[in-house]
Structure formats: C-alpha cells, structure tokens
Design a protein around this ligand. Structure first.
Ligand SMILES: [Zn+2]
Length: 420
C-alpha cells in the first residue's frame, strides 16, 4: 500500500525532476533526417542515464539514435512476474519554442485567470481549459509565456523516474522486472523509428499527455492518399474543346469532398478527409490528402467514394488521366490490444487504486504506443497529466504528476498479483 509519507515523497521528487527536465531544451525537428532529429535531445538523455545509474538500474544505455534504455530487476521473489515496459518521450513539439523554459509553480490556484511574466497579453483561464475548475486549491505549473512547458512529455519522464526512486526508497513496494525506454522524436512522428524492440518486454505502457485518469486504448485508423491529375495544356487563345486544365479539374474534384467531413468540422469519434496539399498547372496537378476514422470500414468507404469520383471525372473530361495512390499509414491500436485484455484491465485497476476515475479516450492521432502495438508490442497510453500541449498556455497540476507515479506503482503490483 502507498501511505501518506510515500505520497509526499512522490510529489516532491517528481516535481523536482520535472522542473529540472523542462529546462533542458529538447525540441525535435521535422525537417531533420538525422537520429535524433536534434542534438539537444541527447543532453537530456545523458542526464537521465546518470540518474538511472545512481538509482541502481542495470543495462543503462543512451544509444547512438538518442534512445535511453534501462532495466530494474524484479524484487526478490518476484522474478517470475511478467516484465513490463514504461515508455515516455523526451522531445517537445517544434510547434512552439522549447528554449529557455522557465517553469513557474502557481501555489494554491484560486480559480481565477493565470497571467504570464514574459507576455502580459497572454492569459490562462477556464475558457481555455475547463479542467482548471477541478484544480482549484492545487499547485499548477506553467511556463513563463514565451515557450511551451514541455509537460508533454517530460511529465511522463519525471513520473517514471520518480517511480524508480520510490521503489528504491521503499522496498516494501514490490514489482516484477521493469524495462525503461525514453524515446526521442515522438513529436515529429519518428519516436519508434529506431527503437530496439529487443530491449523491450512483451507488453508496454506509454505515459504521455492527457488529464488525470485518462487511459487511451484507441487511436485513428489512418490512410494517406495522393491524386495526380494529368491534363492537356494548349495555348489559351486556341484551347476551345482541346485543353484539359489539370489544376482546374483538381479544384472541382476536391470541392466534391463532403465539407462536413473535414478536421475543422469534426470531433470525438467522427472521421474526416483532409486535403493538405494541392499544387499544379494546366498540364499536371497533384493533391495530397489524409483520411482518418476510428473504424477502418468507414475509411474504406471514403476510399471507395474517391474511386467513384475518379470514374465520374474521367467520363466528364474525356482524355483526362487521374492516378490514385493510397496507403494505410497506421491502424487503430484497439485491434492489437483486444486480444490482450489483461494489459488494459491492469491499467484500469491501477488508475482506480490511485483514487481516480478512469476516463477512456480515443486519440485523434497516432502515438508511439500505436506504432509499437502494430509492431507486436501491445502498448496502451496512460495519462501524464498535462493539458493544452504544444502551446504557451500548457500547464500541469502537480497532483497529476504525483498520481501518475502512484499509478505506476499500482500497475506493477497488479501485474505481480496475476503472473502469466
Ligand atoms: Zn506527447
């Protein structure tokens, strides 16, 4: 059982680590092709390696691609418990500066509007994030107004580190073997690109994003689509009945995509088409789309609709060629988690034991966990506690950091109860 003294230790230790980690710049770069995408991420990796070694972990390593791996051996008598992996990402989103982050702890939040030292115009209130209502009386951490905070996902990193330090300080808390992996470049979609699956156990959890209590076992089913329109360019003065204006046809074509099925018109479990690039001239034009939904069948219907539009347009503009390329980018991870129900059950139980209500949410995007799940390592996501990510208003209540640590401790206990 976790007692009050342990909780206080968890809170102090995790907040201290969090404040330290967010001050290390780890912005990833979508335009870089190196691994990791930015050298700065290695600096946090080096700090974590030192800390993991001082906590007595084994096989501690920062590899050439910027991944940190470590192993915590099982408590005595718990060697037969199925090992689990705990994963968090070290990088922060390139959408907002992560340089010189100056975290501020707002003690005893009074429910009012929070202001920022470095930008007097910027405010944070319940209008921005209704969850703030639940955090009155708690300590809240923000950045200073000129950067993001980086709770996504340094909160996850700090929570895992504090769980390790809690196990070291309180050996009465038992656990099986725990594998740690901190990844670079999650925010640029490359967090598992160079991951060494040999160093991961059969089952993992990511601790990333999300308010207290969140458990994510679903993500989008995702497709990318490219359409190439090949027309016929003719001198515009003499083009009657001859020219097939590829870019003009492409504009008409994409206007047939249902307007109410776009990112700006959908939420929750609704899917969409998203035309994100259109270019061309009379001779040739190209449009790129992504298609997203939680149900693969609904996405397949969208592809069928595009195919039917293509045949209609070919009839309407004789001589026009339309080439269609599409590919399945990633699948809803639910498909991979369903056969291993106990992974989700243990997470649910651990969240409840930490005194929180479990909030199942479906991720309107992909995650490293989703990619790992597809690669044979089922990996649901558990909250790290932050809100308003990728923004200068990003914040986290310190209680959420402590609660996530409790969840990790209980999670290990749940796995120990039911060895497979
Ligand atoms: Zn994240």
């Amino acid at each position: 059982m976790i007692n009050e003294e342990m909780k206080e230790f968890m809170l102090n230790d995790s907040v201290e680590r969090f404040i330290k980690y967010v001050q290390v710049e780890t912005t990833s770069d979508e335009n870089s092709s190196s691994n990791p995408s930015t050298k700065e991420q290695l600096e946090l990796g080096k700090i974590l390696v030192q800390e993991l070694e001082s906590l007595g972990l084994k096989e501690v390593e920062l590899d050439e691609f910027g991944y940190v791996y470590a192993t915590l051996p099982a408590s005595e008598g718990y060697e037969n418990v199925e090992p689990i992996g705990l994963i968090a990402h070290m990088d922060t989103s390139p959408a907002v500066s992560g340089k010189n982050v100056k975290p501020i702890v707002h003690k005893n939040y009074d429910g009012g509007t929070i202001t920022f030292r470095k930008d007097p115009e910027l405010t944070l209130s319940k209008e921005d994030s209704k969850e703030l209502e639940e955090y009155v009386g708690l300590d809240i951490i923000t950045a200073s107004g000129d950067t993001l905070l980086g709770a996504d996902d340094k909160a996850g990193v700090a929570e895992i580190m504090t769980a390790l330090s809690t196990w070291q300080k309180y050996p009465s808390l038992k656990h099986g073997e725990i594998k740690i992996c901190f990844t670079p470049d999650e925010e640029v979609g490359r967090g598992t690109e160079k991951i060494n699956k040999e160093k991961l156990p059969k089952y993992c959890y990511t601790f990333d994003g999300g308010e207290m209590g969140e458990l994510e076992i679903e993500c989008f089913d995702a497709w990318s689509v490219k359409l190439t329109f090949i027309g016929l360019s003719v001198h515009p003065g003499y083009a009657k009945n001859k020219m097939i204006n590829a870019v003009d046809v492409a504009c008409r074509f994409f206007s047939q995509i249902p307007e109410y099925e776009t990112p700006e018109r959908t939420e929750k479990r609704e899917g969409f088409y998203h035309l994100h690039n259109l270019s061309g001239n009379a001779e040739i034009a190209e449009g790129k789309m992504i298609i997203r939904d939680f149900d693969v069948e609904k996405n397949e219907k969208r592809i069928d609709y595009i195919k039917s539009l293509i045949s209609a347009y070919k009839k309407r503009y004789p001589g026009l060629k339309i080439e269609l390329e599409y590919k399945h980018s990633y699948e809803n991870m639910k498909v991979y988690l369903e056969p291993h129900k106990h992974i989700v059950d243990h997470a649910e139980k651990a969240i409840e034991r930490a005194g929180l209500e479990v909030k199942y949410t479906a991720i309107r995007g992909g995650t490293d966990g989703a990619r790992l799940s597809a690669q044979g390592i089922p990996t649901p996501n558990i909250f790290a506690g932050g809100l308003l990510f990728h923004s200068r208003k990003e914040y986290i209540p310190t209680l959420a950091i402590q609660k996530a640590v409790e969840v990790i401790i209980y999670l290990a206990e749940e796995w120990s109860k039911k060895p497979n």
